[in-house]
Unconditional design. Structure first.
Length: 212
C-alpha cells in the first residue's frame, strides 16, 4: 500500500491539523454555536484524511464490488480519486478536471470565510446587523463557506463515510442558521425582517442588469 499511503497516520494528524487550523483562523470561532460548526467540520476532515492516508476503507469496499467494471479502482493513491476512476482518467490525478474544480470550490470557500468574519466582527462590536460585504448578498456566508469547502473535498476524494456525513452536516448547519435567525429577529425586530426580505439565506440572487 506504499503508493496509496495507507498506514501513514502521522500524515492524517498533520494534514487534519493544518486544514482545520487554517479554517479556524479564517472562521475564528467564539460562541458555542461557532465551536459546534468547527467541531462538525473537523470530524468530516479527520474522517476524510483517515481514509486518504490511514486505512482506505472505501477503496477496498468498492474495488470488490466494481473492480471488474472500473479497473482503475485499486488501492493506490490514484485509485482513491474515485471520480477520476469513473471517467477513466489516466493522467496525474492532481490536475484532473475534478481536482481543478475542487481547488476552485475550496479557494472560494476560504475567500468567503476571510471576507465574512471581519464584517461580522465589526457588526457585533457595534451592536449592529452585519449587512455589508458577503452579508449584502446572503444572510449566512460562513455556513455556505463550510458547505463549499466540504463539497470541494468530496469532489477531490469522496469516501463512503464522508458522503454519509455531508448531508447530515449540511442539515445541521441549516438548523443552526435558523436558530441564529430567530435570535436576530428577537434582537433587531423589524430591521432584521427588512434585511431578510431582500437578502436570500444561502444562494445569492443573480445580479440584475441595469436598465439601459
Amino acid at each position: 500500500m506504499s503508493d496509496f499511503g495507507g498506514g501513514l497516520w502521522v500524515l492524517v494528524v498533520l494534514d487534519s491539523a493544518l486544514l482545520i487550523g487554517f479554517a479556524a483562523t479564517l472562521f475564528r470561532p467564539q460562541t458555542r454555536r461557532d465551536w459546534r460548526v468547527m467541531g462538525s467540520f473537523s470530524a468530516f476532515v479527520v474522517a476524510l484524511f483517515a481514509e486518504m492516508y490511514g486505512f482506505p476503507l472505501t477503496i477496498y469496499v468498492l474495488s470488490g464490488v466494481l473492480g471488474g467494471v472500473f479497473p482503475q479502482l485499486t488501492p493506490t493513491h490514484a485509485g482513491g480519486h474515485l471520480l477520476n476512476d469513473l471517467i477513466g482518467w489516466t493522467g496525474d490525478p492532481h490536475v484532473s478536471p475534478f481536482h481543478l474544480v475542487s481547488y476552485i470550490l475550496m479557494g472560494g470557500s476560504f475567500f468567503l470565510l476571510a471576507r465574512s468574519w471581519p464584517v461580522l466582527w465589526r457588526a457585533q462590536r457595534a451592536g449592529e446587523l452585519a449587512v455589508t460585504g458577503p452579508y449584502a448578498r446572503i444572510r449566512h456566508p460562513q455556513y455556505v463557506a463550510f458547505v463549499l469547502l466540504m463539497v470541494g473535498l468530496l469532489v477531490q476524494w469522496p469516501t463512503l463515510v464522508t458522503l454519509v456525513m455531508f448531508p447530515l452536516l449540511a442539515l445541521a448547519y441549516r438548523r443552526l442558521a435558523r436558530t441564529e435567525e430567530r435570535e436576530m429577529r428577537a434582537q433587531f425586530g423589524a430591521r432584521y425582517e427588512a434585511y431578510a426580505a431582500v437578502t436570500p439565506a444561502f444562494l445569492p440572487r443573480p445580479a440584475r442588469r441595469a436598465a439601459s
